[in-house]
Design a protein around this ligand. Structure first.
Ligand code: AMP
Length: 215
């Protein structure tokens, strides 16, 4: 399947992408995960992105499009992909449309995972993430804590609160989402492949997507 997953930070895009990926092998492409990997590796790209990310600002569109242009042409995308956290601005959505036309890729659907602000805030402040760039497993101290406190079940690396998941950065990220990313809903509604799914749980969202796709 070839999907764009839209939704505010904390809406569950990453969790839904992982569940969908397990169904048919479509790859999850999370620009946030890619950028965090670059920051940890200390690459040029990571150094350019780091300050924006810490503050909860968006990384410039040109850097993101450079990443995505390469990523969408990798062989593993042929099976399908789940775009998680991209596009995040109207210019990115326009550039993606042009890129897909050039690469002859057709999307199946754009899904907006719709979650209330209270739930988003609660999820983001209690979320913890594995620091290993190759893992980045997500936990929640209330609903899904690691078996050993602060240690990833999957790879044994430390599980921490992200720099951009302090109360201040979270508020800023939600503001940025409302200003820059929420307008994508209108953009894709006009395209006619848009589906809004109220995401009480990730399983509900996954089942709704499967039924829309006739799976
Ligand atoms: P995420 O893990 O998707 O919440 O992304 C974490 C941070 O990475 C965001 O707050 C942005 O600073 C940056 N980022 C991720 N994806 C994008 C994107 N498509 N455009 C701009 N910045 C992004």
């Amino acid at each position: 399947m070839k999907l764009i997953l839209l939704g505010a930070p904390g809406a569950g895009k990453g969790t839904v992408a992982k569940l969908l990926s397990a169904i048919d092998g479509s790859v999850q492409i999370s620009t946030g995960d890619i950028l965090r990997g670059e920051v940890q590796a200390g690459s040029d790209l990571g150094r350019q992105a780091e300050e924006y990310m810490k503050k909860g600002d968006l990384v410039p569109d040109s850097l993101i499009m450079g990443i995505m242009e390469k990523r969408l042409q990798a062989p593993d995308c042929a099976k399908g992909f789940l775009l998680d956290g991209f596009p995040r601005t109207i210019p990115q959505a326009r550039a993606l449309k042009e890129l897909m036309a050039r690469l002859d890729i057709t999307l199946d659907m754009v899904v907006n995972i719709d979650v209330s602000r209270d739930v988003l805030l609660d999820r983001l402040t209690t979320r913890r993430t594995c620091v290993n760039p190759a893992c980045q497993a997500i936990y929640n101290i209330k609903s899904n804590p690691p078996q050993k406190d602060g240690i990833c079940n999957k790879c044994g690396s430390p599980v921490v609160q992200r720099d951009d998941e302090t109360a201040e950065a979270i508020n800023h990220r939600l503001e940025t989402y409302n200003q820059k990313t929420a307008p994508l809903i209108g953009f894709y509604q006009e395209d006619g492949m848009f589906h809004n799914i109220t995401g009480a749980t990730s399983d509900i969202v996954v089942n709704a997507i499967k039924s829309e796709l006739g799976m």
